[in-house]
Design a protein around this ligand. Structure first.
Ligand code: G3P
Length: 225
């Protein structure tokens, strides 16, 4: 499963990219506004830090302007993935861009029918929003299960399920059990994945017991030189 980070914070992206476990980045207009950065400059800088897909979302909602924006964004770097909303015009843009070889992420997906349309439009990624469905009392993970099942039934569908609006590690784990291809998570959720109180407790005991031996591993290495 690929891990993307969902943020417009370049320092967070650099920090997570340094782990070697980051496969891509997603942004959206709200995250760009929060960053306070120039959008085009920021996407260019992110693309220099991360080799994988970097989603950059169009701002317009009409076909002509979205297509022009998408073509412009795609020129920033080869790994830009143009993000379009799941609307009639958005999917028309998706078809045009994907036919021209540009990666496209179709966002704001809240139903299996919408996901099927995005696949037909040649989307590289479909982004179903788990947390926002949970927020209105619906089962976000059920949507992931439906889309994964439907896509798996057709060999010709190459669109990857990119689980978005993830709020906690359970969203990730359940999506992974279903076979979703990608998860995009806020930096805080990615950091949560590392944590377990028994890891902390166990490590503290190992460090303490090792100190009692009076040995150092590198001291041994030096002696052997
Ligand atoms: O970027 C798309 C999605 O991940 C947004 O999540 O937390 O704003 O619902 P959220």
């Amino acid at each position: 499963m690929k891990f993307f980070v969902d943020t417009g914070d370049l320092n967070e992206i650099k920090d997570l990219a340094a782990t070697g476990l980051l496969d891509g980045v997603t942004t959206n207009p709200s995250l760009i506004a929060k960053s306070g950065r120039n959008f085009i400059e920021l996407i260019g800088e992110i693309c220099e830090v991360v080799d994988g897909p970097v989603s950059a979302e169009v701002a317009a909602t009409d076909y002509e302007t979205m297509l022009a924006e998408g073509r412009y964004l795609a020129k920033i770097a080869p790994n830009v993935c143009v993000k379009v909303p799941l609307t009639v015009d958005g999917l028309k843009v998706c078809k045009q861009l994907s036919d021209a070889g540009t990666q496209v992420n179709v966002t704001l997906c809240f139903s299996p029918a919408q996901a099927l349309l995005a696949a037909k439009a040649g989307a590289t990624f479909i982004s179903p929003f788990v947390g926002r469905l949970d927020d209105i009392g619906q089962d976000g993970l059920n949507l992931i299960s439906d889309i994964v099942e439907i896509y798996a039934a057709y060999d010709h569908i190459k669109t990857e399920v990119l689980v978005a609006s993830i709020r906690h590690p359970i969203h990730l784990i359940e999506s992974a059990k279903m076979g979703a291809h990608v998860a995009t998570m806020p930096p805080s959720v990615i950091r949560q994945l590392y944590s377990h109180p028994l890891t902390d407790k166990g490590l503290a005991a190992f460090v303490s017991d090792w100190a009692k031996t009076g040995q150092t591993i590198l001291g041994n290495a030096k002696a052997a030189e």
